[in-house]
Ligand binder design. Structure first.
Ligand SMILES: [Zn+2]
Length: 567
């Protein structure tokens, strides 16, 4: 029962008490509940029965439904949200958080070493310690060296990627195992950095020189990868995530559904083949076959009867440009810091249009990675040309780090979803002005413009390229402040910031609304699967920076507790 029906409640309650209907399995009371349901956006309480929300209302209304067998969760005034749906993910069992160490966004080098030591303790003996995503430019801009690693981990080889993927930092054991010395030949464009005084390798490998060590790292086994993905489910649940729009690793996700405990609903994007259009029809038929086979195998487990939707191949991922940081995003005008250069298409507009036409004609929606304003326009053009093809769920553009003002309304007109990553914005505050100049900054990460134009806005982390934690991402969406102090620590183009309610919608119902599961998940609504999150405090109203202190207290998936914060 939603709030507007509350007036009828006494009669309904009497009816229930007099019938053979069971009481709820779980009720949540005293909550600061954001339902993300427009019919009753803020309530105190709700009930769960057979894995679904069975009633939504006031404390008194919901308490009246319970009996001795009902588990009562007293939220103590804390905020309760629908299960979070991350709209763009590359979560895998090889993710840095489980296969090694994740140093992204960690400023202090001493803190790196603590995290590396922790990963060393966690990993099985003999396994390489990988991952990384360190960024020395956040502190003193001095490269770290092998001695720092040797001191904390002398007996396990270490290979840690730099955040932009162009350098690696290794320890002495890794160099020894790869027989690397200062004299080892490296392919053109690479360099083994050597110490000026000793002439010995420092442990930093630049560009192609990374390969001389990387090539000897054993590939993680299927078993390691699947165990890693299982751990990633737990990590995602600990952040309140119960839904992912995932790209990559379909077999491992299917394995979790068939053999493991699937506590995340996965809307899967199959990568479309790159290149030109020959044989594309066969590729599309292949993807449709994968879709049907996946549905069959997921269905055969019977788990969806009790848990709701678990895994579906729902769309095709295409790509047409690179990234702003490396000058590979395609712009309408030249880069400010590289005169005459506008980037280069990974997929030319004519080929992209042909691919979009073939895929959508096959009945599959398309999601296109487009970062520069020219790439975004090319994707819109491709969708416009193919608009006669009917797809069951909307087409979408991923990232959209720059959008020309003329193009924003086209998203709405063509029904294209804007799938964007708040932390990519705050992380880029340092370099976007360098790349595009101040006169084009107003095209960057235009969330507010998208919402004002009536565009469906979906938020995500694009993990592992930014933190998986949706509360971190929502803070970035609301405050637009650099975590590293760029722009004097002031909000950067705050006119494009969104409210908490808008960020929450982009991280819940919006992500559900663009899938087959719009009526099944995404909000705390009677009849939907009971995916919800209790925070350890109350979302501040009016909003302030103390929002950053909030963490998840517990996460429920289909009415079952899948995460509880350790106390
Ligand atoms: Zn991505």
């Amino acid at each position: 029962m939603s709030r507007r029906h509350a007036v009828f409640l006494p009669a309904i309650t009497t009816l229930l008490a007099g019938s053979a209907l069971a009481a709820p399995d779980v009720i949540v009371v005293n909550g600061d509940v954001y339902t993300v349901d427009l019919d009753a956006p803020r309530v105190q309480a709700f009930a769960v029965e057979d894995g679904k929300f069975s009633a939504v209302g006031s404390n008194a209304e919901i308490r009246a439904l319970a009996d001795d067998s009902t588990r009562i969760i007293d939220a103590g005034g804390n905020t309760v949200l629908p299960g979070i749906i991350d709209g763009h993910a590359h979560v895998s069992g090889n993710a840095p958080a489980v296969a090694g160490v994740d140093l992204s966004y960690v400023v202090d080098k001493d803190e790196w070493l603590i995290l590396i030591e922790e990963a060393h303790q966690r990993l099985p003996e003999g396994e390489w310690l990988t991952g990384g995503w360190w960024d020395h430019t956040l502190s003193d801009a001095v490269f770290p060296n092998k001695e720092m690693l040797d001191e904390v981990v002398p007996d396990r080889p270490i290979f840690l990627n730099h955040i932009d993927g162009h350098y690696a930092w290794v320890n002495s054991l890794a160099l020894d195992l790869a027989n690397v010395t200062a004299d080892t030949p490296v392919p053109p464009g690479g360099e083994i950095v050597v110490d000026e005084n000793t002439g010995e390798p420092t442990g930093i490998l630049l560009e192609t020189a990374m390969g001389v060590v990387r090539e000897i790292i054993p590939e993680r086994s299927v078993e390691q990868r699947r165990a890693g993905l299982t751990e990633m489910y737990d990590i995602a649940n600990s952040f309140g995530i119960t839904g992912l729009h995932q790209m990559g690793g379909l077999d491992d996700y299917l394995y979790i559904v068939e053999e493991g405990d699937p506590t995340i609903r996965v809307w899967y994007g199959q990568r479309g083949p790159a290149g030109t259009i020959e044989d594309y029809d066969a590729h599309v038929q292949g993807i449709l076959a994968v879709q049907a086979e996946t549905d069959r195998r997921v269905g055969e487990t019977g788990k969806q009867d009790a848990m709701g939707p678990l895994l579906h191949v729902g769309y095709v991922k295409l790509i047409n440009d690179g990234v702003l940081s490396a000058h590979t995003a395609v712009l309408l005008e030249s880069y400010r810091d590289r005169e005459g250069w506008m980037g280069e298409y990974i997929t030319a507009p004519v080929d992209l249009a042909a691919q979009v036409d073939m895929v959508t004609a096959g009945g599959l929606p398309v999601a296109i990675h487009s970062i520069g304003d020219a790439a975004v326009r090319a994707s819109l053009d491709a969708f416009e040309a193919a608009k006669g093809n009917k797809v069951p769920y909307p087409n979408r553009i991923e990232h959209i780090e720059l959008a020309h003002p003329d193009d924003v309304a086209r998203f709405r007109e063509l029904g294209i979803v804007a799938s964007m990553q708040p932390n990519h914005a705050t992380n880029a505050i340092g370099y976007v002005p360098l790349r595009v100049g101040t006169h084009r900054e107003d095209r960057a990460y235009v969330w507010r413009s998208m919402l004002d134009a009536g565009v469906t806005l979906v938020f995500a982390a694009d993990y592992p390229t930014s933190p998986l934690n949706p509360l971190v991402q929502m803070a970035d969406a609301m405050f637009r402040v650099s975590p590293f102090g760029f722009h004097n620590g002031e909000p950067w183009h705050p006119e494009q910031a969104v409210t908490f309610e808008e960020a929450l919608r982009a991280y819940t119902m919006a992500g559900a609304s663009v899938t087959a599961w719009a009526d099944e998940i995404g909000s705390i609504t009677e009849g939907k699967w009971a995916d919800f999150v209790v925070l350890d405090g109350k979302v501040p109203q009016p909003m302030d920076i103390s929002f950053r202190n909030l963490v998840v207290e517990m996460t429920y998936f289909a009415g079952r507790e899948v995460y509880a914060k350790p106390h």
